[in-house]
Design a protein around this ligand. Structure first.
Ligand SMILES: [Zn+2]
Length: 137
């Protein structure tokens, strides 16, 4: 099996934003766009830049996109929770004893976050953030 290739982590920022985001559809990023408009700035479309560039520009990580306990290269995904798809992060895949793939996911639940193994049928790629390949690499 080939060694897991480490892709450069890319993040999203806007012209006037002070934080960087994991995906262009982040709720917090939308708030920033509205603030920019209020101060008379033209809201800019988010641009994708390497994480290293965002850090050297002094941008802070968005709390919503980079919750504690989730590494920066974790893949955003959707987790099926009580019939609804919620935003989560895929930490790793493993093969269950029933031979099905399970994903270890971290997602927001009520006020906190949970980390648990979920069956492949309860996980979905987050189409808005990863445009390349599938969730499983
Ligand atoms: Zn964000």
């Amino acid at each position: 099996m080939a060694a897991r290739k480490k892709m450069p982590v890319r993040v999203w920022r806007t012209l006037y934003g002070e934080t960087y985001h994991r995906k262009p559809t982040c709720e917090a990023l939308g708030d920033g766009q509205r603030n920019a408009a209020r101060y008379g700035h033209q809201p800019s479309s988010p641009e994708q830049i390497p994480l290293s560039v965002a850090m050297s520009a002094g941008l802070a990580e968005c709390f919503h996109c980079f919750p504690p306990g989730v590494p920066p290269d974790a893949k955003p995904c959707k987790v099926l929770v009580e019939g609804a798809w919620v935003d989560g992060f895929l930490l790793k895949w493993e093969r269950g004893s029933d031979r099905r793939w399970k994903g270890l996911v971290n997602y927001r639940r009520e006020a906190g976050r949970v980390e648990e193994l979920r069956d492949q049928a309860e996980l979905r790629r987050d189409e808005t953030s990863s445009r390349h390949g599938t969730i499983r690499t």
